[in-house]
Structures are given as C-alpha cells and as structure tokens.
Ligand binder design. Structure first.
Ligand SMILES: CC(C)(COP(=O)(O)OP(=O)(O)OC[C@H]1O[C@@H](n2cnc3c(N)ncnc32)[C@H](O)[C@@H]1OP(=O)(O)O)[C@@H](O)C(=O)NCCC(=O)NCCS
Ligand SMILES: CC(=O)OP(=O)(O)O
Length: 336
C-alpha cells in the first residue's frame, strides 16, 4: 500500500529521531575536515545547535565563517592545521610513522599530514575525536585512503566497504558495496555480505541478503557469475546463521512472483532487503538510479568494518545529507 507523501516523510524522520535520541546521550566529537564548504559548516552548526554532537571543523576560523556566511557559535571548536602547535604536530607525525610500520618516513608524514583528511583521520586515530565526516569536496579515494592506511579494518575483516541505507516511505533497504572495492574477489564479496548484515541490523533491518548477478542460480554461465556463486558459499560458511542466497537477478531477489518462478526454493528470493552488488560499477550506478529516478533517500556511504568510524560523503551531498551522515558516524562511534 502506498502511503501519502507526508506520512512517507514522517517515516524517514522516525529512523533519524531514533538515532538522534541515542546519539544525543553521548555528545560525540566529530571532525569535519572540509571547513571550506558551506554545506559542511552549516550542517555542523545545526548539529551543535540541536545538541546532537560536538563538531570540530578544520580550517582558519574567520575563513570558515566567511565560507558559511555566518559567525560560528562559540561552542563550535575549530582547528587550523596550519597553526597546530609544533609539539602536538610532532607527536602526530611520530604516531603516524609508528602506525605505518616503515611504509612512510617522518618527512613523508609531515607532507601527508598537511592534507586535511590525513590530519583529521589522525585526530580520530589519536582519540582526540570520535569520528570523521568528509568527502563533500574530495573524491572518495582522497577521503578514505587515510582511513585505510591509519584506522585500518577490524580483526578478521580484510576489506572495508561502503553501504547505503535506501529509504522511501516505510521501505528500508541496504545496498553494498557502492563506494570502495572496484572488483572484489569471491572472498571479499562474501565479507561485504556478512558486514552488510551487521550494518543492516543497526538500522533495524532484519537482513535477508541477496548477492546480485545477471544470472539466477545457474541460469547463465560466466566466470563473473561463478564469482558470485562462490561468494555465496563462502558467506554462508562465514555466517551460517544469516539468510544469504545467490546468485540472484534483482527481480528474483525482490519480486515475490518472479522469485516463485526463478528461485522457488530460496529463503531469500522475493524478500531480500540487503542487496550485495558484484562489483563497484553496478553498485554505484545502482544506488544512484534508485536515488535519482526511484525517489529513495540514499544515506551513506557508511564505511563498514573500520576500527573507528570515518564517513565519506558523495560530492553531490546536500547540507541535510551531511547532517544525517554525521549522525550515523556518531552512532557508529557509540557502537564501536
Ligand atoms: C579505495 C581506493 C581509493 C583505494 O585505492 P588505493 O589507495 O590505490 O589503494 P592501494 O591498493 O594503494 O592501498 C592503499 C592502502 O589501503 C589499503 N586498502 C585498499 N583498499 C582497501 C579496502 N577496501 N579495505 C581496507 N584496506 C584497503 C591497502 O591495504 C593499503 O594499505 P597499506 O598502505 O597499509 O599497505 C580505491 O579502491 C578506489 O579508488 N576505489 C573506488 C572509489 C570510488 O571512486 N568510488 C566511487 C564513488 S563513492
Ligand atoms: C558515493 C559517491 O558516489 O560519491 P561521489 O558522488 O562523490 O563520487
């Protein structure tokens, strides 16, 4: 049944009201490296004024204010990396070099840490803030590389991946990987599926996980289909309690009467709510089609499997998207 528009909007807010209520209790510190972007600064100001989290914006305070066209409230902390105290910067350089275990020299560290994303990620690593939100200006690679190198993945997880929660009225789905792994192998794809189930639960989605393909359970033959079928077997071994199936075409995964024809014995087909794409072109295109043509709100990408929360925005993000992703980042910090 289709709900009236007003009611659909209400449902999106329900999800956020729940998250915000949780996040407010801890007042997490979130760093925003892109103090030169008005969407970032305005969202950070609103988050502080709404009492949701404590933003730390990187940049020179008067420049940040010029960019946002407003004076920053006194409670908003800013850090200008160019004016960071020498002793604290030296400490950051030493910690970076130690973390990189011979992969970067101190000289390289000093150079890299001039980049706001490296600087902000080190603030997370050193525990000076609880999470980072960036990517409104920087492309994904430049936003997440510092996190991959410094924060790294949790034990037992080899790849981080990027999930979107797709919301339209009462509908709530998870799409992954839409952001990071260009051509994951079967093992990596299986890990993405298992991590996606954990992320889904954070958003009260009871996961039924479909690994997507252009083939349903052997209807087409190709090495790329074999990769997905192998990933399903690995994922089922990694997480035997989860409902995981594939390879499935999207219609077989989503539409009950198509599932009845194509995959009648599947416990997932026709009712999947977590969709794992076989590679990044499909995942990134897929979420943008659902967002831009299908009327879904796309929340993310939420980086899964990192030791500490770092979030990458789409450069097409609105001020409101920044606000929501920051709330999710703070929630990940609580659940860490
Ligand atoms: C994420 C991405 C930037 C990493 O590329 P890269 O920096 O060239 O990766 P490298 O292979 O040089 O690895 C750099 C480091 O990150 C680690 N790494 C790379 N991918 C990783 C992943 N998915 N999970 C965890 N660690 C990863 C590597 O192990 C390496 O660590 P090390 O320096 O300690 O050895 C790349 O995969 C990419 O461009 N992905 C697509 C991003 C994109 O454009 N998405 C669409 C828009 S959202
Ligand atoms: C997630 C994503 O696609 O990011 P961007 O639009 O910045 O490339």
């Amino acid at each position: 049944m289709k709900l009236p528009k007003k009611c659909q909007g209400g449902k999106i807010m329900d999800l956020f009201e729940e998250l915000i209520a949780k996040v407010k209790t801890t007042s997490a510190k979130i760093v925003f490296p892109e103090g030169n972007d008005s969407r970032i600064v305005k969202a950070a100001v609103r988050l502080a004024q709404d009492g949701i989290l404590q933003p730390v914006i990187l940049g020179e305070r008067s420049e940040i204010e010029k960019c946002a066209g407003q004076t920053l409230p006194a409670e908003i902390q800013t850090i200008d990396p160019a004016a960071y105290p020498v002793a604290a910067f030296d400490e950051m350089v030493a910690a970076f070099v130690a973390r990189r275990k011979g992969k970067n020299t101190a000289e390289q560290a000093r150079q890299l840490l001039r980049d706001v994303n490296y600087f902000g990620t080190m603030l997370v690593y050193l525990g000076k803030v609880d999470g980072l939100v960036s990517g409104a200006v920087h492309p994904t690679g430049d936003t997440v590389r510092p996190a991959l190198q410094i924060i790294k993945t949790k034990p037992g997880i080899s790849r981080t991946s990027g999930a979107f929660i797709m919301v339209r009225g009462q509908e709530r789905y998870l799409f992954a990987d839409c952001a990071i792994n260009i051509d994951p192998d079967a093992q990596q794809l299986a890990e993405i599926a298992v991590e996606s189930a954990k992320t889904a639960r954070l958003f009260k989605i009871d996961p039924k996980i479909a690994l997507l393909s252009f083939s349903t359970l052997g209807s087409a033959q190709s090495p790329v289909v074999d990769k997905v079928a192998t990933a399903v077997k690995i994922a089922q071994q990694l997480a035997p309690a989860e409902r995981i199936d594939g390879e499935l075409q999207f219609d077989a995964a989503f539409v009950p009467n198509v599932a009845a024809k194509k995959a009648p014995n599947s416990k997932v087909a026709g009712q999947a709510n977590v969709f794992v794409f076989p590679e990044l072109q499909a995942g990134n295109i897929g979420y943008k089609i659902a967002q831009r043509m299908g009327g879904f709100t796309a929340i993310g990408p939420i980086l899964q499997g990192l030791n500490q929360p770092v979030s990458d925005l789409s450069r097409g993000a609105s001020e409101d998207d920044v606000y929501k992703v920051a709330v999710i980042t703070a929630m990940q910090a609580i659940n860490n």
